[in-house]
Ligand binder design. Structure first.
Ligand SMILES: Nc1nc2c(ncn2[C@@H]2O[C@H](COP(=O)(O)OP(=O)(O)OP(=O)(O)O)[C@@H](O)[C@H]2O)c(=O)[nH]1
Ligand SMILES: [Ca+2]
Length: 506
């Protein structure tokens, strides 16, 4: 009788214990799942795409960007998955508008192949034109409108979500370039980027300045140390990820690499007694001809039009760095300029400080000349290299770099000397080692205004930081470990009780 009461109690305790343990086990499982789900909710990848046409003065490039819709607020998660060079020169040179589809369709076809068909309709397409179209606007506003509307009609015939074709302003070009590099370098947010692990709180100005050298204009944009001396027109204000930024930005029209060369040669050609122009910025032995229509055809070089000259001039290189630099320096002299826009010294650049990312022709030129390394820490080193390079005969340069595009190759002496002089004029003489020459940043995307433009138009960079995750990382890990341990304990306890009770029942 005693024994059976005892066994009833044991049986009661065992079965209830198992029920309680089972209950705790299920609770732990639910808690684990809940913590995991809440922390990592919506992890399934839903990709989005965006297309930007960078219609520059020298050529147009189509960039396709891809990002995960759920992770959009994390820094550096937008990838450039395609960069397609549109055939021909920049859109400002289009004269036969019927031919626009011939130029554009190849890259648009590429976009149709690269982006999944079911995403076409929601994918935005933007076209932003820069200095080439700004220059054309001075001469022929009607043609500018016609080019933009022809491009727009063509883009509307594609299955994408066309958002417009327009000339972007100087300030937009500089500011979006600044946003692009700081976004890709992880400088705008404190978290989620390996590069920003060492970001110190309140280090609000540790962004990179941006230096863009295009074919027709050049931009400088950075956060000045003390903006009180800077004209308020040159300052732009942003609020990105909960931080306020005030940047100085300016674009110098005609100071792009191609226009500066044309302008300089046109100026030198005014003193000619014959049709032969001796050009110190080309290698000795280099010869070419140029139509005077082209030489004086640009808004930037027109002022020097010499009506007595014939249809073409002959150009012969002399390869003299010092002479080349001297003739470049004259461009920075206000008296050679016909409008306020291109007076270099009319704009006071605040004192240079902090790191700068230099891209486009800054990068193309300096990477060819092997001058992008951190070891090249002073302008004297660049000067020495340029002296040697410019004086190298064209025949030698041509055979040494046989596979390099001939137009680019013939101009590297000018481009290198121009980059050096421009940076000196912008105030980098003492700060050469603060410049990093950048192309594709961290493997994500090319430096340039186009990514910043898309991030802005798709509202991908919020003014405020997104709400934090429900649990901090340590809390999340502690909770997961706690519930996993509890699960293990409950499981072990349950097994022991089960074994004991089955042994007891035997
Ligand atoms: N060496 C070299 N030069 C290049 C390359 N791509 C473009 N360039 C030249 O570099 C200069 C600047 O190019 P971009 O930055 O594309 O200029 P852009 O956007 O057409 O001109 P902007 O409208 O003034 O910005 C131009 O003179 C181009 O012809 C390249 O791959 N290598
Ligand atoms: Ca450009």
């Amino acid at each position: 009788m005693e024994e059976s009461r005892d066994s009833r109690v044991k049986r009661f305790l065992t079965s209830n214990g198992m029920v309680i343990l089972g209950f705790i086990f299920i609770l732990c499982l639910i808690a684990l799942l809940a913590v995991g789900l809440v922390q990592n909710k919506a992890q399934s990848e839903n990709f989005k795409y965006g297309i930007v046409f960078d219609a520059g003065s020298s050529h147009t490039t189509m960039y396709i960007y891809k990002w995960s819709a759920e992770k959009v607020n994390d820094t550096g998660l937008v990838y450039e998955i395609e960069a397609c060079k549109v055939k021909g020169r920049g859109i400002a040179s289009y004269r036969n508008l019927q031919e626009i589809p011939v130029y554009m369709s190849q890259c648009m076809g590429r976009a149709k192949d690269v982006i999944p068909r079911f995403k076409h309709q929601e994918t935005p397409v933007y076209l932003g034109a820069t200095a080439g179209m700004r220059l054309l606007r001075f001469d022929n506003k009607e043609l500018v409108e016609k080019i933009l509307s022809s491009v727009s009609s063509l883009f509307k015939s594609y299955p994408f979500n066309f958002q417009g074709a327009r000339i972007i302003s100087d300030a937009e070009e500089g500011s979006y370039g600044w946003i692009t590099i700081n976004y890709l370098l992880g400088r705008l947010k404190e978290k989620h980027s390996p590069k920003s692990l060492f970001w110190r709180k309140n280090e609000s100005q540790s962004t990179y300045g941006a230096l863009d050298l295009g074919g027709a204009s050049t931009q400088i944009t950075f956060v000045p140390v003390n903006e009180t001396h800077t004209s308020s027109e040159m300052l732009k204000h942003f609020r990105l990820y909960g931080r306020n930024y005030t940047v100085f930005t300016h674009s110098y029209l005609c100071f792009g690499k191609d226009q500066a060369l044309l302008w300089k040669m046109a100026r030198n050609a005014t003193q000619l007694q014959s049709d032969l122009l001796l050009e110190p910025c080309f290698h000795p032995g280099y010869t070419t001809t140029m139509a005077t229509r082209k030489l004086y055809g640009s808004y930037c070089s027109r002022k020097f039009n010499n009506l007595d000259q014939g249809d073409t001039i002959r150009i012969q290189g002399t390869g003299n760095f010092l002479e080349c630099q001297r003739s470049i320096l004259e461009l920075f002299n206000a008296s050679f300029c016909n409008t306020y826009d291109c007076v270099f010294d009319s704009v006071h650049v605040p004192p240079i400080w902090g790191k700068f990312g230099a891209f486009s022709a800054y990068y193309y030129t300096m990477s060819f000349l092997n001058l992008t390394s951190e070891d090249v820490s002073s302008e004297e080193m660049v000067t020495r290299k340029m002296e040697e390079f410019c004086s190298t005969p064209w025949a030698v340069v041509n055979t040494t770099f046989a596979d390099v595009n001939k137009k680019y190759l013939s101009e590297y002496c000018f481009s290198g000397t121009y980059v050096l002089t421009l940076l000196q004029k912008l105030g980098f003489t003492e700060y050469w080692n603060q410049i990093e020459f950048l192309n594709k940043i961290n493997g994500y995307a090319e430096a340039g205004w186009s990514l910043g433009y898309m991030l802005n138009l798709t509202n991908m960079i919020p003014a405020e930081l997104p709400p934090p995750k429900p649990f901090s990382r340590p809390t999340y890990i502690t909770l997961m470990v706690f519930f996993s341990l509890l699960l293990a304990v409950v499981f072990i306890l349950g097994s022991v009780i089960f074994q004991k009770s089955s042994h007891f029942w035997k």
